[in-house]
Design a protein around this ligand. Structure first.
Ligand code: URA
Length: 213
């Protein structure tokens, strides 16, 4: 892996869920269930980068326990439409203050460049750690534009994490080159892109498979 990128441990728990996601015969219900397992692992790993504060509690035995709690503000930024699939896992996993922003970027058919159509960020954005939610990174063009939008708001690279299920090697390299101080947390790096810009082996169109469209 390049730079500060984090590849989830390729254990059998993860790989069996990824096999279900990648299988063309998996129906929508099983796809969503398997995705939930992968999403929980990704979000847990990403949240390891977010600082905690110490918290002493008393257990039912009367003993003291030196624990921690999430107190830092976290903002999930969903790159629409697929990114919204990761919102539930973040809401469930994080017991501190969490808010959500949205970014809509579409590729221009003629120029092939990513065009920013819409974005909205919460008012607490600048005080937050930002998790950019994007399950599939093919060329990395759209997510780069989303990262630029977040940087333009004044959030430093060190406080941005990209949470992703499958990245092409090309996209992972692009992110390391363009944003060397930002972390990518991913479950898989795949080698190839098809001429239609599908990741290979990949899992097909994530949005269609997740939303059943
Ligand atoms: N988006 C997808 O849903 N799948 C790919 O393979 C690439 C981008």
């Amino acid at each position: 892996m390049h730079g500060t990128h984090v590849l989830l441990p390729q254990n059998n728990h993860l790989l069996s869920a990824m096999t279900i996601l990648r299988d063309q015969n998996t129906d929508n219900k099983d796809f969503v269930t398997a995705f939930g397992k992968v999403a929980a692992e990704l979000i847990a790993r990403a949240l390891d980068h977010v600082p905690v504060e110490f918290r002493e509690i008393t257990t039912p035995t009367g003993a003291k326990y030196q624990g921690v709690r999430h107190a830092t503000k976290v903002c999930g930024v969903s790159v629409l439409r697929a990114g919204a699939s990761l919102e539930d896992a973040l809401r469930i996993a994080y017991d501190g203050p969490v808010s959500f922003g949205k970014v809509l970027i579409q590729r221009d058919e003629k120029t092939c460049l990513p065009v920013h159509l819409y974005s909205k960020f919460p008012s607490s954005f600048l005080e937050s750690f930002v998790l950019i939610l994007e399950p599939m990174l093919a060329t990395g063009g759209s997510v780069s534009r989303a990262i630029e939008l977040v940087l333009e708001q004044g959030v430093p690279q060190e406080k941005i994490l990209v949470v992703n299920v499958i990245a092409s090697e090309q996209a992972a390299s692009l992110l390391s080159e363009k944003f060397p101080r930002l972390s990518l947390v991913t479950a898989a790096i795949d080698l190839n892109l098809s001429p239609e810009r599908y990741i290979q082996p990949g899992l097909g169109d994530f949005g269609d498979r997740f939303y059943g469209t």
